[in-house]
Write a protein that binds this ligand. Structure first.
Ligand code: EPU
Length: 338
């Protein structure tokens, strides 16, 4: 049975390391336990916040409601043949642990997504991605509990509405469904996606061939060099999405800023590097008291210690204004503001 605590600190449950409190706090370890919880009066009356790894939220103030920690665990192979394997993973598993488990077993697919903070349950919600790979290509189904109906539901890959850092769980099902299990399809033949960024170079440095386990090692090294460890410097990874703009607008931008970085993603649209835009505006390493912009990756906002959520939000808004003024581009937050 879940015990409901009152006036509970969320300090250890968000990777920004913000000290904020929640009026009520509890956790669940199974779908059955969650359904029971949803029948509790507190859940019926109060606002609800579902927490996974807390790596994509900014607590801008105390939460006046009930926080539910998703602690559904388990990694189980449910089907396999000589080429593929189907794995059911509890939403509360730590994402990076699942990546390590998969490459140690010799499975391929998610090796480029090593060291992304957060839980397995959050992976479909924002369709996590890095180094040329998006998780949507390895998810076959997502199970969730419908909050209003208190029933278990299932979506196939298509129904999840996956897009760049987006899905139905951030859209139509926002606040309506709680992801409990994710089904992945991984491969027994290595995919070896080494085209993006410095992966090839890093493998050379390591004197290792491309293989799922070696790519994971390379990605871990690259990320450790650029991205701050939340245990040391509170952060939520990329704070903003890379903006998608019209090719014609990108062409104009390129005329004014010849070094601007962008990737054509369709015949009409280009994805621009927000990190470059912020960096080129002279903001990398910028600091305002306890909050700042990381000095190695300008897309990452950091808590230098005891920052308030409000302060981070203020800095984010300042950055948005500067970017709008300088490039006429509106940045969109990737992080959920609570
Ligand atoms: N860049 C700069 N200055 C900076 C940051 C980046 O010039 O301060 C340039 C880099 O030199 C590079 C380009 O911008 O040429 C892209 O940078 P990077 O490869 O670091 O990736 P990103 O586009 O900034 C995205 C994801 C990251 C993911 C990396 C690697 C988003 C919002 N972010 O960042 O994901 O790790 O690619 O694939 O799409 C996250 O979502 O939390 C996250 C960390």
């Amino acid at each position: 049975m879940s015990i409901i605590k009152q006036n509970y600190s969320l300090r250890n449950y968000n990777t920004f390391g913000i000290t904020a409190k929640t009026k009520y706090f509890t956790s669940f370890t199974s779908e059955e336990e969650l359904i029971k919880l949803l029948e509790n009066d507190i859940c019926k009356l109060e606002k609800m916040l579902i927490l996974g790894g807390g790596s994509n939220i900014l607590l801008s103030e105390d939460f006046d409601g009930i926080t539910l920690l998703n602690d559904v665990k388990g990694i189980n192979i449910i089907k396999e043949n000589s080429k593929e394997v189907i794995i059911e993973v509890g939403a509360g598993e730590i994402w990076h642990d699942f990546v390590l488990w998969s490459v140690k077993k010799g499975f391929s697919g998610i090796e480029n997504l090593a060291l992304i903070p957060g839980s397995v349950g959050a992976s479909p919600m924002q369709n996590i991605g890095a180094y040329g790979v998006e998780v949507k290509d390895f998810i076959t189904q997502v199970y969730y509990i419908d909050i209003a109906k208190k029933k278990k539901k299932e979506l196939n890959n298509n129904e999840c509405g996956f897009e760049y850092r987006n899905s139905i769980f951030k859209g139509r099902l926002k606040g309506k469904g709680i992801v409990t299990k994710v089904i992945f399809k991984l491969y027994k033949t290595p995919i070896n996606n080494t085209d993006y960024g410095d992966i090839k170079e890093e493998l050379k440095k390591l004197k290792k061939n491309a293989s799922p386990i070696n790519i994971t090692e390379a990605v871990i090294n690259i990320r450790n060099r650029k991205l701050p460890d939340p245990a040391i410097l509170g952060n939520c990874g990329s704070f903003f999405k890379n903006p998608i703009i019209k090719n014609s607008k990108f062409k104009k931008l390129k005329k004014e800023f010849p070094n601007v970085i962008g990737y054509k993603i369709s015949n009409t649209k280009t994805k621009v590097s927000a990190g470059w835009l912020i960096d080129n505006a002279g903001l990398k390493g910028y600091r305002e008291k306890n909050v700042g912009i990381h000095n190695k990756q300008a897309l990452v906002l950091v808590n230098h210690g005891n920052a308030k959520g409000k302060d981070i939000l203020k800095l984010a808004e300042k950055i948005e204004l500067i970017i709008k003024k300088k490039y006429d581009i509106s940045l969109e937050k990737e992080v959920n503001i609570i």
